[in-house]
Design a protein around this ligand. Structure first.
Ligand SMILES: Cc1cc2nc3c(=O)[nH]c(=O)nc-3n(C[C@H](O)[C@H](O)[C@H](O)COP(=O)(O)O)c2cc1C
Length: 173
């Protein structure tokens, strides 16, 4: 499979089979996250893996969608703002680093026949409280993870993505 085939196969999965995710597949996607690049190689992240009933029940309180409750695993990507690189103008790169790790995980999951969905529209304060996160640890992305109960149309990007002429500029914007 080429990289573009893999990228076209990834989609936001909102229909999961109840089957548990194998240890091998879970370790594979976590390893892909671990390998992600980050500013100054600071790796300002934690991957909080939730798959026990009690932990999943907690996270379900922070994002209310029926399909979210079906996913057998949720990975909470937590940014550590104490560790993230700050540029001279003060810009904190933690969010960027965490997003790259998340993208590695979603693509690795696709590679293993797993599905994922990025979730940022969760109740951040509630997540912090439920998991007792200190001030420097921010939950940035949730990734639901499991085996797909539907397939995708890998050609859907033709009209679901902006065309080159809108997004690509040459030499000047
Ligand atoms: C940063 C980010 C945040 C997102 N947050 C949510 C979310 O909270 N809930 C949701 O259902 N989908 C969420 N999505 C999924 C997008 O809606 C989806 O990626 C986009 O519509 C493109 O569809 P595709 O992933 O199937 O290609 C998010 C995606 C990204 C990249």
């Amino acid at each position: 499979m080429t990289f573009l085939d893999l990228a076209k196969s990834r989609f936001s999965l909102r229909k999961y089979k109840p089957d548990p995710v194998s240890e091998e597949d879970l370790n594979y996607v976590l390893e892909a996250g671990r390998l992600a690049p980050s500013a100054v190689n600071y790796q300002p992240w934690h991957f909080l893996v939730l798959r026990e009933k009690e932990s999943l029940e907690k996270i379900h309180q922070t994002y209310h969608r029926e399909w979210f409750r079906e996913a057998p695993v949720v990975i909470v990507l937590i940014g550590d703002h104490k560790q993230g690189w700050k540029r001279a103008d003060g810009k904190d790169h933690t969010d960027i680093d965490v997003a790259i790790a998340a993208d590695h995980i979603t693509l690795a999951a696709t590679d293993r026949g797993l599905g994922t969905c990025w979730i940022c529209n969760f109740d951040k304060q509630k997540t912090i409280e439920l998991f007792n996160l200190p001030a420097h640890l921010e939950p940035i992305v949730f990734l639901s993870l499991g085996y797909p109960d539907i397939q995708t149309d890998t050609e859907r990007h033709k009209d679901k993505r902006k065309p080159f002429k809108v997004i690509v500029c040459w030499e000047n914007i």
